[in-house]
Design a protein around this ligand. Sequence first.
Ligand code: ATP
Ligand code: MG
Length: 309
Amino acid sequence: MADTRAERITELIGPLRVKPGSKVDLARDFDPRYKPSQVKKADGVELLRAGIELLADYQARLAAQQTYGVLVCLQALDAAGKDGTIRHVMNGMNPQGVRVSSFKVPSAEELDHDYLWRYVRRLPARGEIGIFNRSHYEEVLVVRVHPENLDRQRLPAQARGNGVWDRRYREINDWERYLTDNGFKVVKLFLNLSEEEQRVRFLKRIDVPDKNWKFSAADIREREWWADYQKAFSAMLSATSTRWAPWYVIPADRKWFARICAAGVLAHTLIEIDPRYPTVSPQKLRGLLAAKAELEAQAPKSAAADPCR
Ligand code: ATP
Ligand code: MG
């Protein structure tokens, strides 16, 4: 049963994985409306529920084992559904074992440090799942599309220039490899939204009063940079989908399907880690049995010695 589930997940997410070393052209290679024909919206609720149940079970084991940690990096353009994805994927997990960190425009203190500093400070511990809502990849996305962000980072002259993006890709790959080698799996999800679907979602934020608070005029301005972002995403996916931390491009035009895929990729990672509840040593087991005998001996006359059995 568990194996069939694992196989179905592998099958679902296979087409979303960016082959390490491949040259990605986002518009050509990944359709924001992609969905296998056999997956129907009517089955979506049940599929997501099953996925979430599986995640909850694996998260409990990951937390108990305290050997591996998982870092989920979520990247997307505005209105692609980052928040909803996080909410749904976390549903059912023990909040004590999950930490969400959102990365915005860097603060003055953050700009006083190297560019990975603020991300390092938010890494999960062993047993934890850390979710980055936006991530270190902003350093090769928004910073690349709007180079004035790079000026604010006050890099020495020799660290700038044409090679800066290739160097950052390499540094990010090396950092993720280091994390992976030391027991921290890095899961990278890019929510791929179409320009038209973003337009419709922005309009909804204007038309539906309960969604007005989500509307931001800055988002509309950022949309003008669509083509530059597509290029930056394509270059990032080409350079940083690695054997140890591949990218998954999640088709995001259908929210329900995107959530299933995101849960699927995380589930796949946890299945691969296969965390186990720690087993107790023979000495500890003897201690448990001695404590049990003691508690049983204290049972009042009216009660069973051990009502749990
Ligand atoms: P939401 O709009 O759903 O609340 P959000 O992630 O879009 O979530 P915002 O506060 O709207 O949050 O935007 C954060 C902004 O911070 C984004 O425009 C993003 O590009 C920007 N940002 C993130 N990291 C960096 C960075 N390293 N340098 C410059 N800008 C960054
Ligand atoms: Mg925003």
